[in-house]
Write a protein that binds this ligand. Structure first.
Ligand SMILES: Cc1cc2nc3c(=O)[nH]c(=O)nc-3n(C[C@H](O)[C@H](O)[C@H](O)COP(=O)(O)OP(=O)(O)OC[C@H]3O[C@@H](n4cnc5c(N)ncnc54)[C@H](O)[C@@H]3O)c2cc1C
Length: 422
C-alpha cells in the first residue's frame, strides 16, 4: 500500500473506487461540506477511466437496446471483427442480463430511456464544463460537437430516426451531405457520403480529467489512498458499517459508496444482492497526433469506431465484447479499429503508436446508471453502471449523489437511477 488508510471514517463517506465517477462524487461531496476518504485497489484513474475516447456525448442518449437490435446483434455475431462480440459460455448472470436487455428492445422503452438519458447527459455536459472552468482542470476540454459519418446511404437515412428523437429530447442535430462534412472536417475522405453533426457534444483527455479531479479532491481536504484493495463490506444486522481491507484490517465508515464500476456485483454479492452489471469490454489505440487529425470527434457509424484527437494525441476506440474479465488484447479487434478508420479518413493512424488498451464498461441492462442509497442496507450507496457514458456523466453523478447524501433538492429526478429498481 502506498499509504495506510484511516481506519476510522465514521464521520465520513468512504468511497471505494477512484475512477472518474468515484472522484467526481468525492469532489461534489467535499463541495457540499461532507468529508471523504477514497480507496482504490490500483492507481486512481488507472482502470476504465484511463483509455476511453473522452467524448462528452448528449448525442449518445439513445440506449443500445433499440427495436431491431436483436437482428443486428445476430448479424454481428457471425462477423469476427464486428463491433459486438459475445463469448459463448455458460454464465447464468450474463444470460439473465441479456434477457433483461433484449426485453427492452421495443419502441416504448427505447423512447422513454432516450428522454431520461438526454436530460441527464445535457445537465452533466454543462456541469462538467463548469467544473473544469471553476477548478481550472487542464484536460483539453473542447466544445466542438461530434460528427457521425456514413458511407452507406441507407444507414445515413436510418440515422434520421435517431435525429428526430434526439431533437424532441432537446439535443440539436444537423444533417450534412458529403461536401459539407469535408468542408467542416477536411480529415474525412471522399468515400463519406454524409453525416450528422451534434453541436452540443464536447471532448477532453480523460486521463487528464481524472488527474485534475484527483488533485482537486486532495486540495479540498479529501484523502485518496491508492493500492488499497477492499475485500468486502462490514455489516451489522443489514446496516453497512465499513469495509474489510484485503490485508485483514477493517475501516469503519458512516457511509460506504461503491464507485467500483464492473466490479460492484462482486462486492455486494455477500449481502445477497444480485446487481446486474456486466463488463462490456472495449479497446483503444492511442497515437501521436497525425498531421491531418480531425478537429471534431468522429463516430464512424457503419463500423462503430470513435476517433478523438487532442492537441497531444489521437485515439481510435470501439467494440463491445461480453467476454467476462478476460484482459487479453485481441489483435482482430485492434485491427478492426485501424481498418475502420482507413475507410473514412485520409490519415487513419498517427505516426507513433503509444498505447494499446482495453477496459470494461460497467453495463446495466436498462442503460441507466445506478446512483443512490441501497434501501435494504442503510449506510450503503452506489454510483455505478455508467456503461459507455461514465466520463460524460461523471459530474452529474457526483452532484446527484451529493444532493441525496445531504438531503438537498436533487439536481435531477433520482427515481430512474435508483438501485431499488433491481
Ligand atoms: C473503449 C471505451 C471507450 C469509451 N469512451 C467513452 C467516451 O468517449 N465517453 C464516455 O463518457 N465514456 C466512455 N467510455 C466509458 C467510460 O470509460 C466508463 O463509463 C467510465 O470510465 C466508468 O468510470 P468509473 O469511475 O465508474 O469506473 P473505473 O474508472 O473503472 O473506476 C472504478 C475503480 O474502482 C476500483 N475498484 C474496483 N474494485 C475495487 C476494490 N475491491 N477495492 C478497491 N478499489 C476497487 C478500480 O481499481 C477502479 O479504479 C468508454 C469505455 C471504453 C471501454
Amino acid at each position: 500500500m502506498t499509504a495506510s488508510p484511516p481506519l476510522d471514517c465514521r464521520d465520513q463517506v468512504l468511497i471505494i473506487g477512484a475512477g472518474a465517477v468515484g472522484l467526481a462524487c468525492a469532489l461534489a461531496l467535499l463541495q457540499a461540506g461532507v468529508p471523504v476518504t477514497v480507496l482504490d485497489r490500483g492507481r486512481a484513474g488507472g482502470a476504465t477511466s484511463h483509455g476511453n475516447c473522452g467524448t462528452i456525448t448528449p448525442s449518445h442518449a439513445p440506449p443500445l437496446a433499440e427495436p431491431g437490435m436483436v437482428w443486428q446483434l445476430l448479424r454481428w455475431m457471425r462477423q469476427p471483427d464486428a463491433p459486438f462480440y459475445l463469448k459463448p459460455r455458460w454464465d447464468p448472470a450474463l444470460a439473465g442480463w441479456l434477457l433483461r436487455a433484449l426485453r427492452r428492445c421495443n419502441r416504448r422503452d427505447f423512447e422513454a430511456t432516450t428522454a431520461i438519458r438526454a436530460e441527464l447527459l445535457l445537465a452533466s455536459r454543462h456541469l462538467l464544463q463548469q467544473w473544469i472552468q471553476d477548478h481550472d482542470i487542464d484536460c483539453g476540454f473542447q466544445s466542438r460537437g461530434s460528427l457521425y459519418l456514413h458511407r452507406d446511404r441507407a444507414a445515413l437515412a436510418a440515422g434520421g430516426g435517431h435525429a428526430a428523437l434526439l431533437e424532441r429530447a432537446g439535443i440539436q442535430v444537423e444533417r450534412l451531405d458529403g461536401d459539407q462534412v469535408r468542408a467542416l472536417e477536411p480529415a474525412v475522405n471522399d468515400q463519406v457520403i454524409g453525416g450528422w453533426l451534434y453541436p452540443q457534444d464536447a471532448h477532453l483527455r480523460p486521463d487528464r480529467l481524472v488527474a485534475g479531479l484527483l488533485d482537486r479532491v486532495r486540495a479540498a481536504g479529501g484523502t485518496v489512498i491508492e493500492d488499497c484493495p477492499v475485500a468486502g463490506l462490514l455489516h451489522e444486522r443489514g446496516r453497512i458499517t465499513g469495509v474489510r481491507l484485503a490485508d485483514g484490517q477493517v475501516c469503519r465508515a458512516g457511509k460506504v459508496l461503491l464507485a467500483t464500476a464492473s466490479w460492484t456485483p462482486a462486492l455486494v454479492r455477500e449481502l445477497g444482492l444480485r446487481l446486474p452489471v456486466q463488463p462490456g469490454k472495449g479497446y483503444s489505440l492511442t497515437y501521436d497526433r497525425p498531421a491531418r487529425a480531425p478537429r471534431i470527434p468522429l463516430v464512424l457509424a457503419e463500423c462503430q469506431v470513435c476517433v478523438t484527437a487532442w492537441a497531444d494525441g489521437y485515439r481510435l476506440g470501439s467494440t463491445m465484447e461480453f467476454s467476462g474479465f478476460d484482459d487479453g488484447l485481441n489483435p482482430v479487434r485492434l485491427d478492426a479499429l485501424k481498418r475502420g478508420a482507413r475507410l473514412y479518413l485520409h490519415e487513419p493512424e498517427g505516426p507513433v503508436l503509444r498505447e494499446q488498451w482495453s477496459g470494461w464498461r460497467p453495463m446495466v441492462p436498462d442503460d441507466l446508471p445506478v446512483i443512490g442509497p441501497v434501501s435494504r442496507h442503510p449506510g450503503l450507496w452506489l454510483a455505478t453502471g455508467h456503461g459507455m457514458l461514465g466520463i460524460s456523466l461523471s459530474a452529474i453523478t457526483g452532484q446527484l449523489l451529493a444532493d441525496l447524501v445531504t438531503g438537498r433538492e436533487p439536481v435531477v429526478n433520482p427515481a430512474p437511477f435508483s438501485p431499488a429498481r433491481f
